[in-house]
Design a protein around this ligand. Structure first.
Ligand SMILES: Nc1nc2c(c(=O)[nH]1)N[C@H]1C(S)=C(S)[C@@H](COP(=O)(O)O)O[C@H]1N2
Ligand SMILES: [Mo]
Length: 271
């Protein structure tokens, strides 16, 4: 292909009168001088970020900033910090739905919650086993990282009550004691039955008194799009960590893999 064919096809030439003469160019340079100076710094930072090697799926300087935020989040959002709750009348009558990873097949008819602890026999529980524990309800503002929020009313069992009852989350096999941090596993991992969606939760947030294994929404059993039969409701985290349709729950000292952290989001996504 000849160059003339090429330029006539894809690269229209500028008309001669649009090319400024040198005097005009000097005036343009003068008026745009400050703009140019202002541009240097952001472009420099942009190039620095672009050149940096990727760390954990995020560009490294961004990852360093996120890690600083994580450190702040870890110390600030302690167990004594409760999210704001609302009267039940303020809950949305119809909760919004979002995110269907791991929910593409029907809810398994023989659904059971599988719980795994390193060096221990796995535990399998039915929804009735879970409902046998005291019910806890919460009305709070559910927040999605995509920019919407809604006051919602959830019911279930406190994850900390559940762990205390079944003596889970500790190396010793005792009920968790938040003061004996050395005995606690550092993380809880959660997965849908088909492993299509998965999250990792730091133990402190898992043991937070407002964190629920939820089986009710607005006083009714949770529907399939909201995560039937059992989902995580963790008010100290954004929506992404509130895994719907829990199949497996496991304890670990290494960070469990996390669907959205693998795609560049902050691992802790606390609020
Ligand atoms: N299994 C599963 N759980 C999930 C998701 C998902 O895609 N799959 N999306 C998350 C996100 S981003 C949000 S905001 C909430 C939305 O919960 P809702 O549909 O009950 O509003 O579910 C979270 N849990
Ligand atoms: Mo979300």
């Amino acid at each position: 292909m000849s160059s003339s064919t090429k330029s006539s096809k894809g690269e229209p030439k500028l008309p001669e009168e649009d090319v400024p003469d040198s005097a005009v160019r000097r005036r343009m340079l003068k008026s745009f001088g400050w703009f140019a100076v202002a541009s240097v710094v952001p472009i420099g930072i942009y190039n620095w970020i672009k050149r940096s090697p990727k760390a954990m799926g995020t560009l490294k300087p961004l990852r360093d900033i996120l890690n600083t935020n994580e450190a702040i989040a870890r110390t600030y959002f302690s167990n004594t910090h409760l999210v704001r709750t609302y009267p039940v009348e303020e809950a949305a009558p119809k909760a919004r739905t979002n995110g269907y990873d791991g929910l593409k097949s029907p809810v398994p008819e023989d659904w059971k919650l599988t719980i795994e602890t390193p060096d221990k026999q796995p535990l399998q529980l039915t929804i009735d086993d879970i409902k046998a524990l005291p019910k806890q309800e919460i009305v709070y503002e559910f927040k999605c990282i995509e920019g919407w929020s809604q006051i919602q009313h959830w019911g279930g069992v406190r994850l900390s009550d559940f762990m205390a009852h079944h003596k889970l989350g500790t190396h010793s096999g005792n009920a968790p004691n938040p003061e004996a941090t050395h005995d606690l596993f550092k993380y809880i991992g959660l997965e849908t039955p088909d492993k299509g969606y998965y999250v990792g939760i730091d133990m402190e947030s898992a043991l937070h008194p407002q964190t629920l294994l939820a089986y009710e929404l607005n006083g009714q059993p949770i529907t399939a799009p909201h995560g039937a039969p059992l989902r995580l409701i963790i008010p100290v985290k954004y929506g992404v960590k509130n895994l719907k349709r829990i199949g497996r729950l496991f304890f670990a000292d290494e960070r469990p893999r996390d669907f959205w952290a693998e795609r560049g989001y902050d691992y802790y996504v606390g609020l």
